[in-house]
Design a protein around this ligand. Structure first.
Ligand code: SAH
Length: 245
């Protein structure tokens, strides 16, 4: 059974963050633009996700789905997917792109805290990638994701470690020197340390499965996955406790 779950009073949406994503909404599908690295890392994160899912056509939720870069890859891998985001302009782009690709995706402007109440234990797997560092209360997001997940279901988070190395490479060099992503995308104090993520996940009824980092090579401009480390950009998989044995 699910642990007690209540919708938080605060909306857990930062209007400044949403304004930022509304402003850059036209960049999502520009593979050579400043969101281009999401396209580069997409096959790596798709592979990490599906290595951890054994169900044939999983019912999946993509929380903070953005323009649908990962969402579409999940559908192409056989999942039935719902994508939620708070940036209406971004969702417009996502809907338009999915339509042009002939993909069926249930895109909604709905908060995860609301969805979790309406659809408890409905999803086989949930992804929440590059999103936790943009919300006022990541703990609330994690609890809500856990609530929407079936017992035994898998939950994937990716974010950026709050470390000096991440400040230098992800923010200063990434945003301001190399321009690898739009300026103002990340604020240092909102980045998340692995131990914080693990603590919140554990309290939400989730067991840790694995972690891996996406390491950037400035010479090849490519990424590789390194298992077992929490470097700058890391992704982690959890399983919800309570599945029947
Ligand atoms: N998950 C996608 C996009 C990451 S960018 C990917 O990895 O490709 C972060 C996204 O989170 C943006 O689209 C932004 O609009 C969304 N977001 C920020 N705060 C949110 C909130 N409180 N609820 C839902 N989405 C949010």
């Amino acid at each position: 059974m699910n642990q007690a779950f209540e919708v938080q009073d605060s909306a857990n949406v930062d209007p400044k963050e949403i304004a930022h994503f509304d402003r850059i909404a036209n960049l999502w599908w520009d593979e050579r633009g400043k969101m281009g690295n999401l396209h580069v890392i997409n096959p790596l994160r798709r592979a990490y996700i599906f290595e951890n899912i054994s169900i044939e056509s999983p019912k999946m939720l993509d929380v903070g789905c953005g323009g649908g870069i990962l969402t579409e890859a999940l559908v192409r891998s056989g999942a039935e997917v719902t994508g939620i985001d708070q940036s209406t302009l971004t969702l417009e782009i996502a809907r338009r792109h999915a339509k042009s690709e002939g993909l069926s995706i249930d895109y909604r402007c709905q908060r995860i805290e609301e969805l979790a109440v309406l659809e408890p234990e409905m999803y086989d797997a949930i992804c929440c990638m590059e999103m936790l560092e943009h919300v006022p209360d990541p703990n609330s997001t994690i609890h809500a994701c856990a609530h929407a997940l079936k017992p035994g279901g898998k939950l994937f988070f990716s974010t950026i470690n709050r470390s000096a190395k991440a400040w230098l490479f992800a923010i200063i060099i990434g945003e301001y020197v190399l321009g690898l992503l739009p300026r103002g995308t990340h604020q240092y104090q909102k980045l998340i340390r692995p131990q914080e993520l693990y603590g919140w996940a554990n309290a939400a009824g989730l067991d840790f499965v694995s972690v891996a980092s996406l390491l950037y090579n400035p010479i090849t401009r490519g990424f590789k996955v390194k298992a077992g480390v929490e470097d700058i950009n890391y992704m982690a998989c959890f399983v919800k406790r309570g599945a029947e044995k």
